[in-house]
Ligand binder design. Structure first.
Ligand code: PMV
Length: 327
């Protein structure tokens, strides 16, 4: 038996535009999916509390790809999924599931995969199930921390702790459908939608400058982009989140509940709030900057579920003792 786990994520800036080659920034969070795999005589068995069709698809494709890397014959494998992430919540549950399955099953079968390969296979699983994937989710879930991502290439983004509260609407959404809706809108209004993607890309670039400056400040305390106290310029980061959210609204990926949670968070004093992930349902996150309690209460009052998280610097990993327990 081998247990592996991988973190979910928030896309801080740039979802949807990243599918069209624009930059985006994402960070892994301290909520994970655990995948336990063990050998059985034949076939593939999958146990998951949520029992959604799509979870099963991600696991099946992940197993097939791992087996395919060594051209092995079919293997009997039993997989059990244990998740701290809401399914279809925009928190990268499908990528975390794919990446944790790849790590768990490859270890079980003695296939040695590096992180780069795990992330690339994770992207392939997403593309097969969703029809399109920028790859940002599997990459951040594999490596942990924060990444600046563009066109299959990524840089580790140094990031200091941010106080983030996630607001879950309670209704799942389909990443595949949301990507397809945006694609139809782009077919109808190519010039306008490409402009929106360009501006979202500019927002991600500007956010990168602020995050980089705050890190330099951590070391030198001399950055000009930081505010007077020398802290991370959270006000500007909040502005950029609000601008990004307006553009996601324009792309049609918001919903009544998502807008409600964004507005409630801002009224409670969050510096910025935006949809995270594909939208349509799922989650928002708020930059709460010392007002976590007020923002969490506001999210609850607006009908959402507040999920306080921190950035996770751990990516995909084997859980203790799982190597010893390979049978
Ligand atoms: O909803 P999630 O966590 O699957 O995020 C999807 C992010 C998109 O930009 C909409 C798609 C992608 O592959 O980048």
């Amino acid at each position: 038996m081998v247990i592996a786990s991988a973190p979910g994520k928030v896309i801080l800036f740039g979802e949807h535009a990243v599918v069209y080659g624009k930059p985006a920034i994402a960070a892994a969070i301290t909520k994970r999916i655990y995948v336990k795999s063990r050998r059985i005589d034949s076939g593939i068995q999958i146990f998951s509390e949520d029992k959604t069709e799509s979870s099963i698809e991600y696991v099946k494709h992940a197993i097939e790809l791992v087996i395919g890397t060594k051209r092995m014959k079919k293997q009997g494998i039993d997989v059990t999924i244990d998740s701290e992430l809401p399914v279809g919540g925009g928190l990268g549950s499908s990528a975390a599931l794919s990446v944790a399955t790849i790590k768990s099953v490859s270890t079980l079968l003695g296939v040695d995969l590096g992180k780069e390969e795990i992330a690339r296979l994770g992207r392939e699983v997403e593309s097969k199930v969703q029809g399109a994937s920028s790859g940002i989710d599997p990459f951040v879930s594999t490596y942990g921390g924060a990444i600046y991502y563009r066109d299959g290439r990524f840089d580790r983004q140094q990031i200091n702790p941010l106080s983030i509260v996630i607001g879950y609407t309670g209704s799942p959404s389909s990443t595949k459908n949301m990507i397809s809706n945006v694609s139809h809108l782009r077919e109808k209004y190519p010039k306008i939608i490409d402009h929106i993607f360009d501006v979202i890309g500019d927002i991600s670039e500007r956010a990168k400058i602020i995050l980089d400056a705050s890190n330099r400040r951590f070391e030198t305390r001399k950055s000009k982009i930081c505010d007077e106290s020398g802290d991370l310029n959270e006000n500007e980061l909040g502005d950029l989140m609000n601008l990004n959210n307006g553009l996601l609204e324009a792309l049609g990926v918001s919903s009544f509940s998502l807008s409600n949670l964004v507005n409630a968070s801002l009224l409670a004093g969050a510096l910025g709030a935006k949809i995270t992930g594909a939208g349509g349902g799922g989650c928002i996150f708020a930059l709460s900057s010392g007002r976590e309690k007020e923002v969490s209460t506001a999210i609850k009052m607006a009908g959402g579920v507040p999920i306080p998280v921190e950035i996770s610097f751990d990516g995909v990993r084997l859980e203790p003792n799982s190597r010893k327990n390979i049978i």
